[in-house]
Write a protein that binds this ligand. Structure first.
Ligand SMILES: [Zn+2]
Length: 117
């Protein structure tokens, strides 16, 4: 299989298609941070996040600090592929094997595809 299945565009996020911040940018995904203490959900500006962390940064399995004043809670990142879809908590930290699968899947997706320029 050398092409991205068009149906995947309507599937919600997973760590294969939405691994890095750059993947979210390219595929139009959305991100938010939800505090585990005050439960506040805050929308994340992807462009700002990419400037701060780089396009190759991975949020899966990572935590952030809550931005609500005086709250010392931890924020879990959540993502979704398209507005209106349910938010998927990105708690899963990809294992070494899953990272390898990810790299191989990408190789298959990219291989044989004409370069767009
Ligand atoms: Zn909080």
């Amino acid at each position: 299989m050398g092409r991205i299945d068009p149906d995947r565009r309507h599937a919600n996020i997973d760590y294969v298609m939405f691994m890095t911040l750059g993947d979210f940018k390219v595929r139009g995904g959305e991100l938010r941070a939800v505090c585990n203490k005050c439960r506040t959900a805050q929308k994340i500006d992807l462009d700002v996040l990419m400037r701060l962390n780089g396009g190759h940064a991975i949020l899966w399995g990572r935590k952030g600090r809550c931005r609500v004043w005086a709250c010392e809670g931890e924020a879990t990142f959540e993502g979704r592929a398209v507005a209106g879809q349910s938010w998927v908590p990105m708690r899963h930290k990809p294992s070494r094997g899953e990272m390898r699968d990810f790299a191989e899947r990408w190789h298959e997706v990219v291989k044989g595809k004409d370069v767009e320029w």
